[in-house]
Design a binder for this molecule. Structure first.
Ligand code: SF4
Length: 260
């Protein structure tokens, strides 16, 4: 048994123990495995939902056709071209205060794409998403379902430059930057998306007014790609009782991948 596999099994064992001793904190899975697989199959055959009653600036920023122009990220043809474009981007005011553009981590032939909100201080310093304590916790949890940024996972944020003081991104910043994410998803072509945190979950599901807790436990559909919404790893560090719920969401993600 190699070291990585041993660590994965140990992490899974610890999480199972936590699940057993804190059952009152757990969200029960809302779908059986069969129900999840049916939804996944259907989502791959159907176009995205057109109901926009719960959508707003976030979803408009992602799918808005007015963003497509010869100079927009959505018109960029190759991954290298897109990345180079982002690394020198000055499309919004965040370019003035950033140290580094945080484009991505992980592999380009990933089966899973993890999407968070925006870089923090550690990410701004290093140019890599999900570093520091939250990033390490994310890596540990992903490992329990055999996912890692070294082998099969791609990690990025909706916003590529750090908002000063970690404030919430502004609508114009979302509108300027989200076409990069749109194009990343098109180019990476993941088998499934994992939106971590309410910001990414609301943007990618288009359910802007829905609480994250109500989006969990379902398989959503982003442009034909199955999407699971869950907590941000930084939130898990602040609220450890959510860790088991995150792990349950990873189990659903694994079911989706195994059904493909
Ligand atoms: S946040 Fe996005 S749109 Fe704004 S400067 Fe950075 S890469 Fe460009």
């Amino acid at each position: 048994m190699n070291i990585e596999r041993s660590q994965n099994e140990e992490a899974a064992r610890l999480l199972r123990q936590r699940q057993e001793i804190s059952s009152q904190d757990l969200f029960l899975a809302r779908l059986t495995r069969e129900e999840a697989l049916q939804i996944v199959s259907a989502s791959r055959e159907q176009p995205p939902p057109s109901d926009s009653s719960d959508s707003g600036i976030l979803q408009d920023a992602v799918v808005g056709s007015n963003l497509q122009s010869p100079s927009s990220p959505e018109s960029t043809t190759s991954y290298t071209e897109l990345r180079d474009d982002a690394l020198t981007c000055t499309r919004c005011g965040l370019a003035e205060s950033r140290k580094n553009v945080v484009f991505s981590a992980g592999v380009e032939d990933a089966c899973v794409m993890v999407v968070g909100e925006a870089p923090g201080a550690n990410e701004d310093d290093t140019g890599l998403p999900f570093v520091g304590a939250a990033g390490k916790f994310l890596d540990l949890l992903l490992a329990t379902v055999d996912l890692s940024r070294e082998r099969n996972t791609y990690i990025c944020n909706v916003i590529k430059c750090r908002p000063p003081g970690n404030r919430d991104p502004m609508p114009d910043e979302i509108k300027s930057c989200s076409p990069f994410l749109t194009r990343q998803i098109q180019l990476i072509q993941p088998e499934a998306l994992l939106a971590v945190g309410s910001f990414a979950a609301r943007l990618l599901t288009g359910r802007e007014k829905t609480a994250l807790g109500r989006m969990r436990g379902e398989v959503h559909n982003y442009q034909g790609v199955p999407l699971i919404a869950t907590y941000h790893p930084a939130a898990l560090l602040r609220n450890p009782k959510w860790t088991c719920a995150f792990w349950e969401d990873l189990q659903l993600l694994r079911q989706v991948l195994n059904s493909g």
